[in-house]
Write a protein that binds this ligand. Structure first.
Ligand code: PRP
Ligand code: URA
Ligand code: MG
Length: 209
């Protein structure tokens, strides 16, 4: 398993702005989406391409690069994943989307699954999981378990902030899954919040705090 912490100045600047106390819903949402797009750009830089021939503007054949082989499915984890999805979608406007819904029980911190609509041919696609927070890792591991149970074998994840504890748990459960994060933060507090983190990302994106 590889953890790619994207140190690009645009990513780091935008993430820094998201950490401010009292940030507006509008700004938090915008930044979440923008970093989602930037992480997607990094996560897809090694996609294989092949040369194909098309008719060019003069009506004569022209060779172009085309993304090869397996296609993607974007997997936003409800709710907070929707905040990043809008940015991720800008780079994959035609991607099929597999929505999964899980929330973390506030007392036990265990994930509770309540929805899934995974594309039928998921076994032929690379799944790109999208969620702003990787805390204990429980939600991510349950999502990967679900995708693998449906035959998916190629899985990557995009997160704004990850806790070392969650990364360690992921490595033990699913060492084949690479993740791209804007920051690996310091630790999880007793309530399961990432420190310094962003607070409750879902509440900030949806204005429910
Ligand atoms: O790594 P974990 O400890 O499992 O925690 C991470 C999960 O917690 C948050 O969702 P939350 O449960 O707050 O649901 P929401 O998106 O509906 O707010 C976050 O968006 C992740 O899905
Ligand atoms: O810090 C955290 C941990 C889990 N979920 C969040 O939204 N924030
Ligand atoms: Mg939440």
């Amino acid at each position: 398993m590889a953890v790619f912490e994207i140190k690009h100045p645009l990513v780091q600047h935008k993430l820094g702005l998201m950490r401010a106390n009292g940030i507006s819903t509008k700004l938090f949402r915008e930044l979440c989406s923008e970093i989602g797009a930037l992480l997607t750009y990094e996560a897809t830089r090694n996609l294989e391409t092949e040369i194909i021939e098309i008719d060019g503007w003069q009506g004569t054949p022209v060779a172009i690069d085309n993304i090869k082989g397996k296609k993607m499915t974007l997997v936003p984890i409800l709710r907070a994943g929707l905040g990043m999805l809008s940015g991720v979608e800008t780079l994959f406007p035609n991607a099929k989307i597999s929505v999964v819904g899980l929330y973390r029980d506030e007392t036990t911190l265990e994930p509770v699954a309540y929805f899934d609509k995974v594309v039928q041919d998921v076994e032929q696609r690379t799944a790109l999981i999208v969620d702003p927070m990787l805390a204990t890792g429980g939600t991510l591991i349950a999502t990967i378990d679900l995708l693998k149970s449906k035959g998916c074998t190629q899985i990557m994840g995009l997160f704004l902030v990850a806790a070392p504890e969650g990364i360690q748990k992921l490595e033990a459960a699913h060492p084949d899954v690479d993740i791209y994060v804007a920051s690996v933060d310091e630790y999880l507090n007793e309530q399961g919040y990432i420190i310094p983190g962003l607070g409750d990302a879902g509440d900030k994106i949806f204005g429910t705090r």
